[in-house]
Design a protein around this ligand. Structure first.
Ligand SMILES: CC(=O)SCCNC(=O)CCNC(=O)[C@H](O)C(C)(C)COP(=O)(O)OP(=O)(O)OC[C@H]1O[C@@H](n2cnc3c(N)ncnc32)[C@H](O)[C@@H]1OP(=O)(O)O
Ligand SMILES: CC(C)C(=O)C(=O)O
Length: 564
Protein backbone atom coordinates (compact mmCIF):
# COMPACT_ATOMS: atom_id res chain seq x y z
CA UNK A 1 0.00 0.00 0.00
CA UNK A 2 1.17 3.49 -0.76
CA UNK A 3 1.40 6.19 1.90
CA UNK A 4 -1.78 8.13 2.73
CA UNK A 5 -4.02 5.28 1.68
CA UNK A 6 -7.40 5.24 3.39
CA UNK A 7 -7.80 1.52 2.63
CA UNK A 8 -5.48 0.91 5.59
CA UNK A 9 -8.40 1.71 7.91
CA UNK A 10 -11.82 0.28 8.57
CA UNK A 11 -14.88 1.81 10.18
CA UNK A 12 -15.64 1.29 13.85
CA UNK A 13 -18.44 -1.26 14.19
CA UNK A 14 -21.65 0.22 15.59
CA UNK A 15 -24.09 -1.70 17.78
CA UNK A 16 -27.30 -2.79 16.11
CA UNK A 17 -29.96 -0.54 17.65
CA UNK A 18 -33.61 -1.11 16.82
CA UNK A 19 -35.29 1.39 19.04
CA UNK A 20 -32.75 3.93 20.11
CA UNK A 21 -34.16 6.54 22.49
CA UNK A 22 -31.41 9.11 22.88
CA UNK A 23 -32.21 11.15 19.74
CA UNK A 24 -35.61 11.99 21.21
CA UNK A 25 -34.18 13.39 24.42
CA UNK A 26 -32.81 16.80 25.33
CA UNK A 27 -30.33 17.81 27.99
CA UNK A 28 -32.09 19.31 30.97
CA UNK A 29 -29.47 19.29 33.71
CA UNK A 30 -25.76 19.04 34.23
CA UNK A 31 -24.26 15.58 34.77
CA UNK A 32 -22.15 14.74 37.79
CA UNK A 33 -18.73 16.10 36.85
CA UNK A 34 -15.42 14.48 37.67
CA UNK A 35 -12.23 16.37 36.87
CA UNK A 36 -9.36 14.16 35.73
CA UNK A 37 -6.94 17.06 35.25
CA UNK A 38 -4.62 15.81 37.95
CA UNK A 39 -4.48 12.28 36.49
CA UNK A 40 -5.28 11.95 32.75
CA UNK A 41 -4.36 15.57 32.14
CA UNK A 42 -1.18 15.11 34.11
CA UNK A 43 -0.11 11.90 32.39
CA UNK A 44 -0.24 13.69 29.02
CA UNK A 45 2.23 16.43 29.98
CA UNK A 46 5.77 16.63 28.74
CA UNK A 47 6.69 17.44 32.33
CA UNK A 48 4.14 16.02 34.78
CA UNK A 49 3.09 18.37 37.57
CA UNK A 50 5.05 18.50 40.79
CA UNK A 51 3.25 18.53 44.13
CA UNK A 52 3.12 22.34 44.29
CA UNK A 53 1.56 22.56 40.83
CA UNK A 54 -0.95 19.85 41.70
CA UNK A 55 -1.86 21.76 44.86
CA UNK A 56 -2.45 24.91 42.82
CA UNK A 57 -4.66 23.14 40.28
CA UNK A 58 -6.49 21.28 43.06
CA UNK A 59 -7.33 24.57 44.77
CA UNK A 60 -8.78 25.90 41.54
CA UNK A 61 -10.82 22.73 40.88
CA UNK A 62 -12.34 22.92 44.36
CA UNK A 63 -13.06 26.61 43.91
CA UNK A 64 -14.85 25.92 40.61
CA UNK A 65 -17.14 23.53 42.43
CA UNK A 66 -15.98 20.04 41.42
CA UNK A 67 -17.24 17.47 43.89
CA UNK A 68 -15.29 14.51 42.47
CA UNK A 69 -11.66 14.92 41.47
CA UNK A 70 -9.33 12.21 40.22
CA UNK A 71 -6.13 13.29 41.92
CA UNK A 72 -3.61 10.90 40.44
CA UNK A 73 -2.25 7.41 39.98
CA UNK A 74 -0.54 7.13 43.37
CA UNK A 75 1.03 3.73 42.67
CA UNK A 76 2.71 5.10 39.57
CA UNK A 77 4.95 7.85 40.90
CA UNK A 78 6.20 9.37 44.13
CA UNK A 79 4.81 12.89 43.39
CA UNK A 80 1.36 11.36 42.84
CA UNK A 81 1.64 9.35 46.07
CA UNK A 82 2.93 12.36 47.99
CA UNK A 83 0.18 14.59 46.66
CA UNK A 84 -2.51 12.18 47.88
CA UNK A 85 -0.81 12.02 51.27
CA UNK A 86 -0.69 15.82 51.43
CA UNK A 87 -4.41 16.08 50.63
CA UNK A 88 -5.25 13.71 53.48
CA UNK A 89 -2.71 14.84 56.05
CA UNK A 90 -3.24 18.55 55.45
CA UNK A 91 -7.02 18.07 55.66
CA UNK A 92 -7.21 19.81 52.28
CA UNK A 93 -10.29 17.93 51.09
CA UNK A 94 -13.55 19.80 51.80
CA UNK A 95 -16.35 17.71 53.30
CA UNK A 96 -18.37 17.73 50.10
CA UNK A 97 -15.49 16.73 47.81
CA UNK A 98 -14.44 13.14 47.09
CA UNK A 99 -11.04 12.25 45.75
CA UNK A 100 -10.58 9.51 43.17
CA UNK A 101 -7.43 7.61 42.24
CA UNK A 102 -6.63 5.35 39.29
CA UNK A 103 -4.90 2.00 39.32
CA UNK A 104 -4.36 -0.92 36.96
CA UNK A 105 -5.79 -4.32 37.88
CA UNK A 106 -2.47 -5.39 39.38
CA UNK A 107 -2.15 -6.53 42.96
CA UNK A 108 0.99 -4.68 44.04
CA UNK A 109 -0.28 -1.44 42.52
CA UNK A 110 -3.65 -1.82 44.23
CA UNK A 111 -2.03 -2.46 47.60
CA UNK A 112 0.12 0.67 47.22
CA UNK A 113 -2.90 2.69 46.12
CA UNK A 114 -4.76 1.89 49.34
CA UNK A 115 -1.64 2.80 51.32
CA UNK A 116 -1.74 6.21 49.66
CA UNK A 117 -5.36 6.62 50.71
CA UNK A 118 -4.87 5.64 54.35
CA UNK A 119 -6.88 7.99 56.57
CA UNK A 120 -9.10 9.38 53.82
CA UNK A 121 -12.66 10.07 54.97
CA UNK A 122 -14.03 9.07 51.57
CA UNK A 123 -12.48 7.97 48.28
CA UNK A 124 -13.22 6.46 44.89
CA UNK A 125 -10.83 3.73 43.79
CA UNK A 126 -10.85 3.47 40.02
CA UNK A 127 -9.53 0.25 38.55
CA UNK A 128 -9.27 -0.47 34.84
CA UNK A 129 -8.16 -2.90 32.20
CA UNK A 130 -8.43 -2.75 28.48
CA UNK A 131 -11.07 -4.73 26.62
CA UNK A 132 -10.99 -4.09 22.86
CA UNK A 133 -9.97 -6.87 20.44
CA UNK A 134 -6.69 -5.12 19.59
CA UNK A 135 -5.81 -4.79 23.27
CA UNK A 136 -6.90 -8.35 24.05
CA UNK A 137 -5.12 -9.96 21.15
CA UNK A 138 -2.09 -7.79 20.55
CA UNK A 139 -1.26 -6.22 23.92
CA UNK A 140 -2.37 -8.84 26.43
CA UNK A 141 -2.32 -11.96 24.22
CA UNK A 142 -5.50 -13.15 25.86
CA UNK A 143 -8.99 -14.13 24.80
CA UNK A 144 -12.17 -12.64 26.25
CA UNK A 145 -12.12 -14.95 29.26
CA UNK A 146 -8.52 -14.12 30.01
CA UNK A 147 -9.20 -10.37 29.96
CA UNK A 148 -12.35 -10.88 32.06
CA UNK A 149 -10.25 -12.73 34.61
CA UNK A 150 -7.96 -9.68 34.93
CA UNK A 151 -10.98 -7.46 35.60
CA UNK A 152 -12.54 -9.88 38.08
CA UNK A 153 -9.27 -10.33 39.90
CA UNK A 154 -8.62 -6.58 39.97
CA UNK A 155 -12.08 -5.99 41.40
CA UNK A 156 -11.46 -8.60 44.07
CA UNK A 157 -8.12 -7.08 45.07
CA UNK A 158 -9.76 -3.68 45.35
CA UNK A 159 -12.48 -5.12 47.54
CA UNK A 160 -9.98 -6.98 49.71
CA UNK A 161 -7.80 -3.93 50.27
CA UNK A 162 -10.79 -1.72 51.02
CA UNK A 163 -11.82 -4.08 53.79
CA UNK A 164 -8.49 -3.35 55.48
CA UNK A 165 -9.48 0.31 55.87
CA UNK A 166 -13.06 0.22 57.18
CA UNK A 167 -12.95 3.80 58.47
CA UNK A 168 -13.00 5.11 54.89
CA UNK A 169 -16.23 5.31 52.90
CA UNK A 170 -15.17 3.60 49.68
CA UNK A 171 -16.72 3.80 46.24
CA UNK A 172 -15.42 1.47 43.57
CA UNK A 173 -15.14 2.44 39.93
CA UNK A 174 -14.35 0.18 37.01
CA UNK A 175 -13.41 1.23 33.46
CA UNK A 176 -13.41 -1.18 30.56
CA UNK A 177 -10.63 0.84 28.93
CA UNK A 178 -11.10 1.11 25.13
CA UNK A 179 -14.85 0.54 25.66
CA UNK A 180 -15.81 2.31 22.43
CA UNK A 181 -13.66 -0.12 20.42
CA UNK A 182 -14.99 -3.15 22.28
CA UNK A 183 -17.83 -5.40 21.09
CA UNK A 184 -20.82 -4.25 23.13
CA UNK A 185 -21.89 -7.71 24.26
CA UNK A 186 -18.40 -8.21 25.65
CA UNK A 187 -18.32 -4.76 27.29
CA UNK A 188 -21.49 -5.69 29.15
CA UNK A 189 -20.16 -9.16 29.96
CA UNK A 190 -16.90 -7.95 31.53
CA UNK A 191 -18.67 -5.26 33.57
CA UNK A 192 -21.14 -7.90 34.82
CA UNK A 193 -18.17 -9.91 36.04
CA UNK A 194 -16.92 -6.90 38.02
CA UNK A 195 -20.40 -6.19 39.41
CA UNK A 196 -20.65 -9.84 40.51
CA UNK A 197 -17.58 -9.25 42.67
CA UNK A 198 -18.60 -5.87 44.07
CA UNK A 199 -22.31 -6.58 44.48
CA UNK A 200 -23.36 -2.92 44.39
CA UNK A 201 -26.74 -1.86 45.74
CA UNK A 202 -28.80 1.28 45.25
CA UNK A 203 -27.57 2.44 48.68
CA UNK A 204 -23.95 1.53 47.90
CA UNK A 205 -23.61 1.97 44.14
CA UNK A 206 -20.44 1.62 42.14
CA UNK A 207 -19.33 3.58 39.11
CA UNK A 208 -18.91 2.04 35.68
CA UNK A 209 -16.93 4.44 33.54
CA UNK A 210 -17.21 4.03 29.76
CA UNK A 211 -14.24 5.52 27.93
CA UNK A 212 -13.66 6.34 24.32
CA UNK A 213 -10.01 5.87 25.14
CA UNK A 214 -9.23 6.65 21.51
CA UNK A 215 -12.13 8.37 19.81
CA UNK A 216 -12.75 6.51 16.58
CA UNK A 217 -16.36 7.02 15.57
CA UNK A 218 -18.94 9.72 15.14
CA UNK A 219 -20.58 10.81 18.42
CA UNK A 220 -23.90 9.18 17.47
CA UNK A 221 -22.21 5.78 17.41
CA UNK A 222 -20.74 6.45 20.84
CA UNK A 223 -24.23 7.39 22.04
CA UNK A 224 -25.59 4.13 20.62
CA UNK A 225 -22.88 2.25 22.50
CA UNK A 226 -23.76 4.01 25.75
CA UNK A 227 -27.48 3.38 25.28
CA UNK A 228 -26.82 -0.26 24.43
CA UNK A 229 -24.73 -0.60 27.58
CA UNK A 230 -27.18 1.24 29.82
CA UNK A 231 -30.10 -0.87 28.63
CA UNK A 232 -28.31 -4.25 28.75
CA UNK A 233 -26.36 -4.03 32.01
CA UNK A 234 -28.02 -5.53 35.07
CA UNK A 235 -28.43 -3.71 38.40
CA UNK A 236 -28.87 -0.39 36.61
CA UNK A 237 -30.19 1.15 39.82
CA UNK A 238 -26.97 0.24 41.59
CA UNK A 239 -24.50 1.71 39.15
CA UNK A 240 -23.56 5.21 38.15
CA UNK A 241 -22.77 5.26 34.45
CA UNK A 242 -19.87 7.59 33.80
CA UNK A 243 -18.29 8.71 30.51
CA UNK A 244 -14.69 9.48 29.74
CA UNK A 245 -14.32 10.69 26.17
CA UNK A 246 -11.20 11.65 24.27
CA UNK A 247 -10.95 14.11 21.44
CA UNK A 248 -9.08 12.31 18.67
CA UNK A 249 -11.70 13.27 16.08
CA UNK A 250 -12.49 16.59 17.73
CA UNK A 251 -15.86 15.34 19.01
CA UNK A 252 -15.19 14.55 22.68
CA UNK A 253 -17.68 17.14 23.91
CA UNK A 254 -20.33 16.08 21.40
CA UNK A 255 -19.83 12.43 22.31
CA UNK A 256 -20.22 13.19 26.02
CA UNK A 257 -23.34 15.26 25.39
CA UNK A 258 -24.96 12.54 23.31
CA UNK A 259 -23.74 9.94 25.79
CA UNK A 260 -25.62 11.74 28.57
CA UNK A 261 -28.73 11.70 26.40
CA UNK A 262 -28.11 8.00 25.99
CA UNK A 263 -28.30 7.39 29.72
CA UNK A 264 -25.03 8.36 31.39
CA UNK A 265 -25.11 10.07 34.80
CA UNK A 266 -21.60 11.36 35.11
CA UNK A 267 -18.89 12.83 32.90
CA UNK A 268 -15.13 12.87 33.36
CA UNK A 269 -12.97 15.46 31.65
CA UNK A 270 -10.45 18.21 32.07
CA UNK A 271 -10.39 21.98 32.10
CA UNK A 272 -9.89 23.27 28.55
CA UNK A 273 -9.47 19.71 27.29
CA UNK A 274 -5.88 18.88 28.15
CA UNK A 275 -5.21 15.16 27.93
CA UNK A 276 -3.70 12.31 25.95
CA UNK A 277 -3.10 13.05 22.23
CA UNK A 278 -5.73 15.63 21.24
CA UNK A 279 -7.06 15.76 24.75
CA UNK A 280 -9.81 14.77 27.11
CA UNK A 281 -13.37 16.03 26.99
CA UNK A 282 -13.26 19.75 27.78
CA UNK A 283 -15.46 20.31 30.83
CA UNK A 284 -15.38 24.09 30.43
CA UNK A 285 -16.85 23.75 26.94
CA UNK A 286 -19.49 21.19 27.88
CA UNK A 287 -20.51 23.14 30.98
CA UNK A 288 -20.72 26.39 29.01
CA UNK A 289 -22.75 24.63 26.32
CA UNK A 290 -25.27 23.78 29.02
CA UNK A 291 -25.12 27.27 30.50
CA UNK A 292 -25.85 28.84 27.11
CA UNK A 293 -29.01 26.71 26.92
CA UNK A 294 -30.25 28.01 30.25
CA UNK A 295 -29.07 24.98 32.26
CA UNK A 296 -27.14 25.54 35.50
CA UNK A 297 -23.72 23.97 34.87
CA UNK A 298 -23.09 23.34 38.59
CA UNK A 299 -19.62 24.81 38.17
CA UNK A 300 -18.62 28.42 38.66
CA UNK A 301 -16.95 29.36 35.39
CA UNK A 302 -17.49 33.09 35.78
CA UNK A 303 -13.76 33.81 35.82
CA UNK A 304 -12.26 31.94 32.88
CA UNK A 305 -9.20 34.15 32.90
CA UNK A 306 -8.24 32.64 36.25
CA UNK A 307 -8.88 29.13 34.88
CA UNK A 308 -6.67 29.86 31.88
CA UNK A 309 -3.94 31.36 34.03
CA UNK A 310 -3.75 28.49 36.52
CA UNK A 311 -4.21 25.76 33.91
CA UNK A 312 -1.58 27.15 31.58
CA UNK A 313 0.88 27.69 34.41
CA UNK A 314 0.41 24.13 35.66
CA UNK A 315 0.40 22.39 32.29
CA UNK A 316 2.68 24.74 30.31
CA UNK A 317 0.15 24.46 27.48
CA UNK A 318 -1.22 27.58 25.81
CA UNK A 319 -4.93 28.14 25.18
CA UNK A 320 -5.98 28.88 21.63
CA UNK A 321 -7.34 32.44 21.25
CA UNK A 322 -10.45 30.94 19.66
CA UNK A 323 -10.94 28.21 22.24
CA UNK A 324 -14.72 27.67 22.66
CA UNK A 325 -16.31 30.12 25.10
CA UNK A 326 -13.15 31.35 26.80
CA UNK A 327 -10.50 32.12 24.15
CA UNK A 328 -9.27 35.67 24.05
CA UNK A 329 -10.87 36.37 20.67
CA UNK A 330 -14.17 34.51 20.88
CA UNK A 331 -16.25 37.57 21.69
CA UNK A 332 -14.50 39.79 19.18
CA UNK A 333 -15.97 40.48 15.76
CA UNK A 334 -13.87 41.96 12.98
CA UNK A 335 -16.28 41.44 10.10
CA UNK A 336 -18.45 44.34 9.12
CA UNK A 337 -21.82 42.61 8.92
CA UNK A 338 -21.29 40.88 12.28
CA UNK A 339 -20.35 44.18 13.91
CA UNK A 340 -23.38 45.87 12.45
CA UNK A 341 -25.70 43.14 13.74
CA UNK A 342 -24.06 43.05 17.19
CA UNK A 343 -24.35 46.82 17.52
CA UNK A 344 -28.03 46.82 16.59
CA UNK A 345 -28.86 43.90 18.90
CA UNK A 346 -26.95 45.35 21.85
CA UNK A 347 -28.85 48.61 21.43
CA UNK A 348 -32.15 46.72 21.60
CA UNK A 349 -31.21 44.22 24.33
CA UNK A 350 -33.11 44.92 27.56
CA UNK A 351 -31.57 43.86 30.86
CA UNK A 352 -34.55 41.76 31.97
CA UNK A 353 -35.29 39.90 28.72
CA UNK A 354 -33.62 36.71 27.44
CA UNK A 355 -30.36 37.29 25.63
CA UNK A 356 -30.92 37.83 21.92
CA UNK A 357 -27.77 39.16 20.32
CA UNK A 358 -26.72 37.92 16.91
CA UNK A 359 -23.20 36.45 16.78
CA UNK A 360 -22.85 36.53 20.58
CA UNK A 361 -24.26 33.25 21.92
CA UNK A 362 -23.86 34.51 25.48
CA UNK A 363 -23.31 37.86 27.15
CA UNK A 364 -19.50 38.20 27.35
CA UNK A 365 -19.93 39.99 30.68
CA UNK A 366 -21.03 36.67 32.22
CA UNK A 367 -17.44 35.55 31.81
CA UNK A 368 -15.95 38.80 33.00
CA UNK A 369 -15.24 39.94 29.45
CA UNK A 370 -16.27 43.50 28.70
CA UNK A 371 -17.67 44.94 25.52
CA UNK A 372 -14.35 46.68 24.82
CA UNK A 373 -13.15 43.61 23.00
CA UNK A 374 -16.42 42.75 21.25
CA UNK A 375 -15.81 44.88 18.20
CA UNK A 376 -12.35 45.42 16.81
CA UNK A 377 -11.81 47.08 13.48
CA UNK A 378 -9.64 46.04 10.54
CA UNK A 379 -10.00 46.00 6.76
CA UNK A 380 -12.85 43.46 7.02
CA UNK A 381 -14.95 45.87 9.06
CA UNK A 382 -17.70 48.18 7.91
CA UNK A 383 -19.57 51.19 9.16
CA UNK A 384 -21.34 49.24 11.93
CA UNK A 385 -18.10 48.45 13.73
CA UNK A 386 -16.72 51.94 13.30
CA UNK A 387 -19.97 53.43 14.59
CA UNK A 388 -19.92 51.03 17.55
CA UNK A 389 -16.41 52.09 18.56
CA UNK A 390 -17.21 55.80 18.24
CA UNK A 391 -20.33 55.37 20.34
CA UNK A 392 -18.78 53.07 22.93
CA UNK A 393 -15.52 54.90 23.46
CA UNK A 394 -16.38 58.54 22.68
CA UNK A 395 -20.15 58.78 23.10
CA UNK A 396 -20.52 59.91 19.47
CA UNK A 397 -23.59 58.62 17.61
CA UNK A 398 -22.64 59.38 14.04
CA UNK A 399 -25.40 59.70 11.46
CA UNK A 400 -25.45 56.90 8.92
CA UNK A 401 -23.97 58.95 6.04
CA UNK A 402 -21.05 59.97 8.23
CA UNK A 403 -20.53 56.36 9.36
CA UNK A 404 -20.19 55.37 5.71
CA UNK A 405 -17.60 58.03 4.96
CA UNK A 406 -15.63 57.41 8.15
CA UNK A 407 -15.65 53.65 7.52
CA UNK A 408 -14.09 54.30 4.11
CA UNK A 409 -11.34 56.40 5.72
CA UNK A 410 -10.76 53.65 8.31
CA UNK A 411 -10.62 51.00 5.61
CA UNK A 412 -8.03 53.00 3.67
CA UNK A 413 -5.96 53.39 6.86
CA UNK A 414 -6.21 49.69 7.65
CA UNK A 415 -5.21 48.68 4.14
CA UNK A 416 -2.31 51.13 4.17
CA UNK A 417 -1.01 50.19 7.64
CA UNK A 418 -2.15 46.55 7.68
CA UNK A 419 -4.05 44.97 10.55
CA UNK A 420 -6.21 46.43 13.25
CA UNK A 421 -7.18 50.10 13.53
CA UNK A 422 -7.62 50.87 17.21
CA UNK A 423 -10.20 53.12 18.77
CA UNK A 424 -7.84 56.10 19.20
CA UNK A 425 -6.88 55.94 15.51
CA UNK A 426 -10.54 55.78 14.44
CA UNK A 427 -11.24 58.82 16.57
CA UNK A 428 -8.22 60.65 15.11
CA UNK A 429 -9.45 59.86 11.59
CA UNK A 430 -12.88 61.22 12.52
CA UNK A 431 -11.37 64.43 13.87
CA UNK A 432 -9.05 64.81 10.88
CA UNK A 433 -11.77 64.13 8.35
CA UNK A 434 -14.82 65.91 9.74
CA UNK A 435 -13.77 68.32 12.46
CA UNK A 436 -10.34 69.42 11.23
CA UNK A 437 -8.58 72.50 12.51
CA UNK A 438 -10.55 75.34 10.87
CA UNK A 439 -7.25 76.83 9.71
CA UNK A 440 -8.68 79.02 6.99
CA UNK A 441 -12.20 79.81 8.15
CA UNK A 442 -13.28 79.84 11.77
CA UNK A 443 -16.11 81.21 13.88
CA UNK A 444 -15.29 84.07 16.28
CA UNK A 445 -18.81 84.79 17.52
CA UNK A 446 -22.41 85.28 16.52
CA UNK A 447 -25.61 87.08 17.41
CA UNK A 448 -28.89 85.36 16.79
CA UNK A 449 -32.19 87.20 16.83
CA UNK A 450 -35.04 84.76 16.92
CA UNK A 451 -38.25 85.92 15.44
CA UNK A 452 -40.83 83.17 15.39
CA UNK A 453 -39.06 80.95 12.84
CA UNK A 454 -37.68 83.84 10.86
CA UNK A 455 -34.28 84.30 12.45
CA UNK A 456 -31.49 86.73 11.75
CA UNK A 457 -27.91 85.76 12.37
CA UNK A 458 -24.83 87.94 12.35
CA UNK A 459 -21.62 85.94 12.55
CA UNK A 460 -18.06 87.06 12.89
CA UNK A 461 -15.75 84.70 11.12
CA UNK A 462 -12.01 84.65 10.57
CA UNK A 463 -10.94 84.06 7.00
CA UNK A 464 -7.25 83.50 6.56
CA UNK A 465 -6.53 85.58 9.67
CA UNK A 466 -8.91 88.43 8.97
CA UNK A 467 -12.28 89.05 10.58
CA UNK A 468 -15.35 89.10 8.32
CA UNK A 469 -18.97 89.67 9.15
CA UNK A 470 -21.71 87.76 7.43
CA UNK A 471 -25.36 88.25 7.98
CA UNK A 472 -28.35 86.21 6.87
CA UNK A 473 -31.95 85.28 7.55
CA UNK A 474 -33.64 81.94 7.68
CA UNK A 475 -35.62 79.42 9.58
CA UNK A 476 -33.16 78.64 12.37
CA UNK A 477 -29.53 79.51 12.94
CA UNK A 478 -28.03 77.16 10.35
CA UNK A 479 -30.24 78.26 7.55
CA UNK A 480 -29.62 81.96 8.39
CA UNK A 481 -25.87 81.33 8.48
CA UNK A 482 -25.89 79.44 5.20
CA UNK A 483 -27.99 82.13 3.57
CA UNK A 484 -25.51 84.78 4.77
CA UNK A 485 -22.59 82.74 3.45
CA UNK A 486 -24.28 82.32 0.07
CA UNK A 487 -25.04 86.03 -0.18
CA UNK A 488 -21.47 86.97 0.54
CA UNK A 489 -19.76 84.30 -1.48
CA UNK A 490 -22.00 83.67 -4.46
CA UNK A 491 -21.68 79.92 -3.76
CA UNK A 492 -24.68 77.64 -3.76
CA UNK A 493 -25.13 75.63 -0.57
CA UNK A 494 -27.90 73.29 0.39
CA UNK A 495 -28.15 71.59 3.85
CA UNK A 496 -28.76 67.92 3.05
CA UNK A 497 -28.82 66.58 6.59
CA UNK A 498 -28.15 67.77 10.10
CA UNK A 499 -28.14 66.22 13.54
CA UNK A 500 -26.78 67.00 16.97
CA UNK A 501 -26.65 65.44 20.41
CA UNK A 502 -25.20 66.05 23.81
CA UNK A 503 -22.11 64.20 24.98
CA UNK A 504 -22.29 63.47 28.67
CA UNK A 505 -24.80 65.14 30.93
CA UNK A 506 -25.14 68.04 33.33
CA UNK A 507 -24.06 71.63 32.92
CA UNK A 508 -20.62 70.70 31.60
CA UNK A 509 -22.08 68.61 28.76
CA UNK A 510 -20.82 69.38 25.27
CA UNK A 511 -22.85 69.25 22.09
CA UNK A 512 -21.72 67.69 18.87
CA UNK A 513 -23.23 68.68 15.54
CA UNK A 514 -22.99 66.74 12.27
CA UNK A 515 -23.86 68.35 8.97
CA UNK A 516 -23.92 67.31 5.34
CA UNK A 517 -23.92 70.11 2.75
CA UNK A 518 -24.30 70.17 -0.97
CA UNK A 519 -21.78 72.82 -2.05
CA UNK A 520 -22.01 73.66 -5.72
CA UNK A 521 -23.16 70.10 -6.44
CA UNK A 522 -20.57 68.44 -4.21
CA UNK A 523 -21.54 66.63 -1.00
CA UNK A 524 -19.37 67.46 1.95
CA UNK A 525 -19.81 66.63 5.62
CA UNK A 526 -18.49 68.24 8.74
CA UNK A 527 -18.79 67.96 12.50
CA UNK A 528 -17.98 70.22 15.43
CA UNK A 529 -18.12 70.39 19.22
CA UNK A 530 -19.08 73.24 21.50
CA UNK A 531 -20.77 73.80 24.84
CA UNK A 532 -23.26 75.97 22.97
CA UNK A 533 -25.39 74.05 20.46
CA UNK A 534 -25.72 76.97 18.02
CA UNK A 535 -21.94 77.41 17.96
CA UNK A 536 -21.54 73.67 17.44
CA UNK A 537 -23.85 73.75 14.43
CA UNK A 538 -22.24 76.84 12.84
CA UNK A 539 -18.81 75.35 13.39
CA UNK A 540 -19.98 72.10 11.78
CA UNK A 541 -20.89 74.11 8.66
CA UNK A 542 -17.42 75.66 8.72
CA UNK A 543 -15.82 72.24 9.23
CA UNK A 544 -17.46 71.12 6.01
CA UNK A 545 -16.52 74.33 4.17
CA UNK A 546 -12.94 74.11 5.39
CA UNK A 547 -12.72 70.63 3.95
CA UNK A 548 -13.42 71.79 0.41
CA UNK A 549 -11.44 74.97 0.69
CA UNK A 550 -8.29 73.32 2.01
CA UNK A 551 -5.76 72.97 -0.81
CA UNK A 552 -8.26 73.94 -3.46
CA UNK A 553 -8.29 77.70 -2.90
CA UNK A 554 -12.00 77.86 -3.56
CA UNK A 555 -12.70 80.30 -0.77
CA UNK A 556 -15.28 82.64 -2.18
CA UNK A 557 -13.81 85.81 -3.54
CA UNK A 558 -16.14 87.99 -1.47
CA UNK A 559 -14.88 86.36 1.68
CA UNK A 560 -11.23 86.29 0.81
CA UNK A 561 -9.17 88.87 2.75
CA UNK A 562 -8.37 90.75 -0.49
CA UNK A 563 -12.03 91.47 -1.07
CA UNK A 564 -12.73 92.91 2.37
C1 LIG B 1 -6.11 5.02 29.00
C2 LIG B 1 -5.34 5.44 30.20
O1 LIG B 1 -5.06 6.56 30.31
S1 LIG B 1 -4.97 4.30 31.35
C3 LIG B 1 -3.87 5.08 32.46
C4 LIG B 1 -2.51 5.07 31.93
N1 LIG B 1 -1.64 5.82 32.81
C5 LIG B 1 -0.43 5.46 33.05
O2 LIG B 1 0.03 4.45 32.60
C6 LIG B 1 0.39 6.40 33.88
C7 LIG B 1 0.98 5.74 35.08
N2 LIG B 1 1.60 4.44 34.80
C8 LIG B 1 2.86 4.17 35.11
O3 LIG B 1 3.60 5.01 35.61
C9 LIG B 1 3.32 2.79 34.89
O4 LIG B 1 2.56 2.21 33.85
C10 LIG B 1 3.19 1.95 36.17
C11 LIG B 1 4.21 2.47 37.19
C12 LIG B 1 1.81 2.00 36.77
C13 LIG B 1 3.47 0.50 35.90
O5 LIG B 1 4.70 0.40 35.29
P1 LIG B 1 5.32 -1.01 34.88
O6 LIG B 1 5.06 -1.99 35.94
O7 LIG B 1 6.72 -0.77 34.51
O8 LIG B 1 4.53 -1.56 33.69
P2 LIG B 1 3.88 -0.97 32.39
O9 LIG B 1 3.11 0.24 32.60
O10 LIG B 1 4.87 -0.98 31.32
O11 LIG B 1 2.82 -2.11 32.31
C14 LIG B 1 2.75 -3.06 31.40
C15 LIG B 1 2.34 -4.31 32.09
O12 LIG B 1 1.15 -4.13 32.85
C16 LIG B 1 0.07 -4.84 32.27
N3 LIG B 1 -1.06 -3.98 32.35
C17 LIG B 1 -1.23 -2.81 31.73
N4 LIG B 1 -2.40 -2.27 32.08
C18 LIG B 1 -2.97 -3.13 32.93
C19 LIG B 1 -4.17 -3.11 33.59
N5 LIG B 1 -4.99 -2.10 33.49
N6 LIG B 1 -4.48 -4.12 34.41
C20 LIG B 1 -3.63 -5.16 34.53
N7 LIG B 1 -2.47 -5.22 33.90
C21 LIG B 1 -2.14 -4.22 33.11
C22 LIG B 1 0.53 -5.09 30.85
O13 LIG B 1 -0.08 -6.21 30.30
C23 LIG B 1 2.00 -5.30 31.02
O14 LIG B 1 2.21 -6.57 31.53
P3 LIG B 1 3.52 -7.44 31.16
O15 LIG B 1 4.66 -6.71 31.81
O16 LIG B 1 3.24 -8.72 31.82
O17 LIG B 1 3.62 -7.48 29.70
C1 LIG C 1 -8.54 4.76 32.59
C2 LIG C 1 -9.44 5.23 31.54
C3 LIG C 1 -10.70 5.77 32.08
C4 LIG C 1 -8.82 6.24 30.67
O1 LIG C 1 -8.15 7.14 31.10
C5 LIG C 1 -9.12 6.17 29.24
O2 LIG C 1 -9.62 5.16 28.79
O3 LIG C 1 -8.82 7.13 28.54
Amino acid sequence: MQAFDHRKYHPTPAPQMRNRQWPNRTLTRAPRWCSVDLRDGNQALLEPMNVAQKQRLWTLLVKLGFKEIEVGFPAASQPDFDFVRWLIEAHAIPDDVTIQVLVQAREALIVRTFEALRGARRAIVHVYNSTSPVQRERVFGLDRDGVTAIARQGAAWVQREAQKYPATAWTFQYSPESFSNTEMDYAVEICEAVLDVWQPTPGQPCIINLPSTVESSTPNIFADQVEYFATHISRRDSIIISLHTHNDRGCAVAAAELGVLAGADRVEGTLLGNGERTGNMDIVTMAMNLYSQGIAPQLDLSNPDEIIQVATECTALPVHPRHPWVGELVYTAFSGSHQDAIRKCLQRQQAEEPWQVAYLPIDPQDLGRDYQAVIRVNSQSGKGGVAFVMERDYGLSLPRWMQVELAQAVQRASEADGGEVDSARIHALFMQTFVNDHTRVSLKGYRLDRNGGHDTLAAQIMVDGQTQLIQGHGEGAISAFVQGWMRHSGQHINVVDYSEHAIGSGTGAEAVAYIQLNLNGQRVAGAAFDHDTVSASLKAVLSALNRVSVGEAILPAALSPAAS
